[in-house]
Design a protein around this ligand. Structure first.
Ligand code: 5AD
Ligand code: SF4
Length: 469
């Protein structure tokens, strides 16, 4: 444990005293809720925020009830920002009724100066504001706010120390994300991530493997390795510490007790043959690659600073499918990037047809202040974006349905995650390719691997039956 971690543990203890007093006064437990927007990285950060809050003595509650309410925000597209402002707007009245509640906003949105200023100015009812680099200082910030009763704002320009040994509250006891690197060096012209998450910083392989071992001992059997660009893992480490992502992946999969390893996100420019061979040869590494395409037009890819072209992407898909026959390939696609023509859109449709994605997240281009693409004069009118977007979406759905149908009737292992929220008597689990399966079962199956016959494909998920043994 380093000195930063020790200091934070002291703040957790100090908060514990204050929360204890608050609880006595209220004659009930003090509650918290962390609301997460955005990607897997944010989800993992939220588990850290929750871990700290639990350790101070707070108990989890719904968003409507919580005494301490934290929004861990995303700013990758403007609809994510809008959702947060919407919720904060509603909270103005709530806080009038319950003046002692604590509202905090953190994450990618508040890491941006403009947004942070806006929250400060327009949301006087927000008590704590912090960014992406000091998530682990939550107890310190909460202590300052509770003891001084003042608004606490602390946003760091860049990442400083690492604190990886603080409490974490995992959503699932049997699976966990593990950060392998933070930040991004790629500066795709549309993307705000490098500005709010900072430069790429890889964690030491020894620390990652130690965390995986610890998780495995705690009962975790599925690991998701997380980084904005996992394929460039280690490039920033000292030579003696350097390890390729493929080697790291293999080492994680070889850890005792680990049954499945996933990873996210791969950048096509850095996806190596070594990695493809590693996935192909290691049964515990899930046959699923999320490989964001963004656009099928080589001209736009160049403009986006993606550093690969249409042919290279299709070649990667060919290799993946050749070497890993049952691989699931998923992707991200942006429609309406500045300067996009109907021909560019046709190129994207062409790649979707040829790659036959198992799933694709399609996004309408969203202008992010401060990124090079935002100041381009040739922004695409909304009606054109909508027309092209609908075409892309329809084709993506057609392709993923076609791919999903291929598994109908097969028997495959499923990791059971939850009881089904909508239908009693059903549980929900995931296949190796990350698709969901619903089938008859009860809570005793959660966290277990069972063989399931995929009786019916519903497009994005399956209905199944446990195979009788
Ligand atoms: N507009 C639309 N989509 C974006 N993404 C990133 N930035 C933007 C933007 N400005 C998408 C990319 C990325 C995913 C996480 O979000 O497709 O892969
Ligand atoms: Fe954004 Fe590009 Fe980095 Fe992905 S690789 S986070 S799209 S800048």
């Amino acid at each position: 444990m380093n000195s930063v971690e020790k200091e934070q543990l002291e703040y957790i203890e100090k908060c514990r005293t204050l929360i204890g007093e608050w609880s006595k006064e209220k004659e009930r437990s003090i509650t918290y809720c962390v609301v997460t927007f955005g990607c897997q990285m944010n989800a993992r950060d939220s588990e850290k925020l929750k871990g700290i809050l639990e350790e101070t003595g707070c108990v989890s509650a719904s968003e409507d009830e919580a005494d301490i309410l934290l929004y861990n925000t995303c700013t990758v597209r403007d609809n994510a920002d809008r959702k947060v402002y919407g919720r904060l707007g509603t909270l103005k009245e709530v806080k009038k009724q319950r003046p002692d509640m604590v509202i905090g906003v953190c994450g990618c949105m508040t890491q941006e100066t403009v947004a942070a200023e806006k929250v400060k100015k327009t949301c006087p009812h927000v008590d704590i504001i912090f960014g992406t680099h000091n998530v682990y200082t939550l107890a310190q910030l909460l202590y300052r706010h509770l003891s001084e009763k003042t608004r606490t704002v602390d946003i760091w320009e860049e990442a400083k120390d690492v604190a990886e040994h603080l409490p974490v509250r995992r959503k699932y006891p049997f699976k966990s994300g593990v950060n392998i690197s933070y930040g991004c060096n790629n500066f795709c012209t549309y993307c705000i991530v490098p500005y709010v998450r900072g430069r790429e910083r890889s964690r030491l392989a020894s620390d990652i493997l130690e965390e995986v071992s610890r998780l495995s001992k705690e009962g975790v059997s599925e690991i998701m390795l997380l980084g904005q660009n996992v394929n460039s893992y280690g490039h920033d480490l000292k030579e003696e510490d350097r390890m390729t992502f493929a080697a790291l992946l293999k080492a994680v999969a070889d850890t005792e007790g680990i049954r499945r390893v996933r990873f996210m996100t791969s950048h096509p420019k850095d996806l190596s043959d070594e990695l493809i061979d590693t996935i192909a040869s290691h049964p515990k590494i899930c046959n699923h690659v999320h490989l964001p395409l963004q656009s099928g037009s080589s001209r736009l890819l160049k403009d986006m600073n993606r550093r690969y072209d249409k042919e290279h992407y299709l070649e990667l898909v060919r290799k993946l499918r050749e070497k890993i026959p049952d691989v699931a390939i998923t992707t991200d696609i942006i429609v309406g990037y500045p300067g996009e023509t109907d021909e560019d859109n046709e190129e994207t449709l062409d790649v979707i047809r040829r790659a036959e994605f198992d799933n694709a997240f399609t996004f309408q281009y969203s202008k992010r202040t401060g990124t090079p693409a935002a100041s381009r004069p040739d922004q695409i009118p909304q009606e054109v974006v909508t027309r092209r977007f609908n075409k892309v979406l329809a084709l993506v759905q057609e392709m993923s349905r076609k791919r999903a149908m291929l598994l109908e009737g097969k028997t495959l292992p499923v990791l059971v995650e939850d009881v089904n929220e909508r239908e009693e008597g059903l549980v929900t689990g995931r296949l190796e390719n990350n698709m969901s399966v619903h089938f008859k079962g009860d809570a005793s199956l959660i966290g277990k691997y069972v063989d399931v016959v995929l009786t019916e494909c519903k497009g994005f998920y399956y209905i199944g039956e446990i195979k009788n043994v």
